[in-house]
Design a protein around this ligand. Structure first.
Ligand code: HEC
Length: 125
């Protein structure tokens, strides 16, 4: 009987986690393809894709790649900090990235501001 209740309790816990998980999927968040650490290495590592894009030297394909990485960043959950802060910061980056792709004036500068390393690391790293 005891094992039965334990099994039932864990089933209940697992299903309530699943329901909670569904409730956070408002359309804003999907399953990430890369971890935050992978995204940082590709987008902000050596010969940074960000610098190339912000400097106006990137191809259409490179811009799409960076945009996908930033959407992926939003899809992740950082180990530290509030989800709402994370969504605000990553959404700002995605909008800034879209402005670059639309060729708007000073969009590269805006992208650099939105991707302030220290501001985000202080809160979420
Ligand atoms: C929107 C938030 C955010 C921004 C902006 C951001 N980072 Fe990060 N970064 C993180 C988080 C969160 C981690 C911790 C990832 C982990 O360890 O899981 C991280 C980790 C890193 C790492 C370590 C990766 C590893 O695991 O080896 C490097 C390098 C890095 N960031 C570079 C940068 C640079 C350079 C910039 C600015 C151009 C930057 N990041 C901007 C959130 C951000």
């Amino acid at each position: 009987m005891k094992t039965f209740s334990v099994a039932l309790l864990s089933l209940f816990l697992v299903s309530s986690f699943m329901i909670n998980d569904e409730q956070t999927r408002t359309g804003l968040q999907a399953d990430p393809e890369h971890s935050i650490s992978e995204i940082m290495k590709i987008a902000h590592g050596k010969d940074s894709l960000l610098n190339k894009v912000a400097g106006g030297d990137a191809s259409e394909e490179e811009m799409k790649k960076l945009l996908a990485l930033y959407v992926d960043l939003l899809d992740n959950d950082p180990a530290k900090g509030e989800r709402a802060d994370w969504e605000a910061a990553t959404t700002k980056i995605i909008v800034a990235m879209n402005r670059v792709m639309l060729g708007q004036e000073d969009a590269g500068k805006g992208l650099k501001q939105a991707t302030n390393c220290k501001a985000c690391h202080d809160k979420h790293k």
